[in-house]
Design a binder for this molecule. Structure first.
Ligand code: SAH
Length: 354
């Protein structure tokens, strides 16, 4: 029986093989189907599949995403995409241009349940998880456009799971997505070029050691003291700082990969000398790097990003304390680049809603 719940874009190659067997089709059709899906094609475009097979494939829900808006930053060429899902929900992604290639930042959920005080994605909670295929199609729909424009074999080289949503709160779909996106017969993006950003769920971080050992793990730390972190990130009341740090240490030791700690500098909150000192203490002994991000001020929240000068001072303090750290380049600030900002405004203004 065809699984009518699983969408076609979420099919693994094995799923495609099982489907073809069930439909009495030769086995090679499975690879053809898988390869078309990973080119971002619609079923009608899968022209080397027989028409009657395509009609049968149309009975399976597709699970793609449609780009409905593109906003290009005049400052740095960063492009923000709004996508519409088949059920009408809207998500967002961001494409950034670097000297080494293009990085796409994708969402893993519609909204988010984590409740971080500085984040626009979480203001209305999590509407639903994204499927593996929807995450994949956030990439493929953009890749397809870019290939048409610059006729390169591969336009997108890196992926970061740093859009709306908490990937480890949608764990199974995220792992299935990672398998799809790095499959040699698909778009084949190396796990080493993929970063997964999490608010820090220790038991899931430990599962990643076995299930995603080659991705870059980024942990949103944002505060070096437990009480301060709980204020900014309510999830810290469930999974306190120490447990998150222990899981990070274990991940770094077992995988041999450096963990990234993200630290958004908030004026007058976490940018003090005491914070720098404590940050150096808690990260000591962990193979890690601290990524300082000037907070993108979110109107709905009364938290203001530290100035560039203050960020530089904080960086110097960390370096003097022996911490490996850099300030992340701010991209797309003129196009509401931060998590969930654009989606939220668009939904509020009701522009793209049915
Ligand atoms: N849920 C995951 C991934 C999504 S958020 C996580 O918590 O890591 C991606 C990153 O953007 C996180 O580090 C998050 O804390 C940060 N972020 C959210 N809102 C921000 C803002 N207004 N300014 C700067 N960074 C922000």
């Amino acid at each position: 029986m065809i699984d009518t719940k699983k969408t076609l874009t979420s099919y693994s190659l094995d799923d495609a093989k099982a489907l073809m067997q069930e439909l009495g089709q030769p086995a090679f059709r499975a690879e053809q189907l898988f390869s078309w899906i990973h080119k971002g094609a619609t079923v009608d475009e899968m022209t080397n599949l027989p028409k009657d097979l395509r009609e049968k494939l149309k009975l399976i829900p597709f699970g793609g995403v449609e780009i409905i808006t593109r906003l290009t930053s005049k400052k740095d060429g960063t492009v923000k995409y709004l996508y519409k899902l088949e059920d009408g929900n809207i998500i967002e992604g961001v494409l950034m241009q670097y000297s080494y290639g293009r990085t796409i930042c994708i969402s893993t959920q519609v909204g988010c349940n984590m409740g971080c005080a500085f984040c626009a994605s979480t203001l209305e909670g999590c509407v639903r998880n994204l499927t593996p295929g929807e995450m994949l199609y956030e990439i493929l729909s953009v890749e397809r456009e870019l290939q048409k424009e610059d006729k390169q074999d591969r336009a997108i080289t890196n992926v970061v799971l740093m859009g709306s949503g908490e990937p480890l709160d949608n764990y199974d779909n995220t792992i299935a997505f990672l398998k799809l996106v790095s499959h040699p017969k698909g778009i084949n993006i190396s796990p080493r070029n993929i970063s997964l950003s999490t608010c820090g769920i220790p038991s899931k971080i430990i599962r990643l050691i076995e299930e995603a050992p080659h991705v870059t793990l980024s942990i949103s730390l944002h505060a070096p003291f437990n009480n301060m972190r709980s204020e900014l990130m309510p999830i810290n009341r469930v999974y306190p700082l120490n447990d998150v740090l222990e899981a990070a240490k274990l991940y770094a030791e077992k995988t041999g990969r450096r963990v990234i700690f993200e630290y958004a500098l908030i004026s007058g909150v976490n940018d003090t000398k005491e914070c720098a000192t404590q940050l150096s203490r808690i990260t000591r002994g962990i193979n890690c790097h601290v990524n300082l991000i000037p907070l993108n001020t979110v109107k709905e929240r009364n938290l203001i990003g530290a100035t560039r000068k203050k960020a530089n001072e904080f960086l110097v303090m960390l370096k003097n304390l022996g911490v490996s750290a850099t300030i992340r380049r701010e991209m797309g600030s003129d196009i509401e680049g931060a998590c969930g900002q654009l989606r939220r405004r668009v939904i509020k203004e009701g522009e793209f809603l049915d």
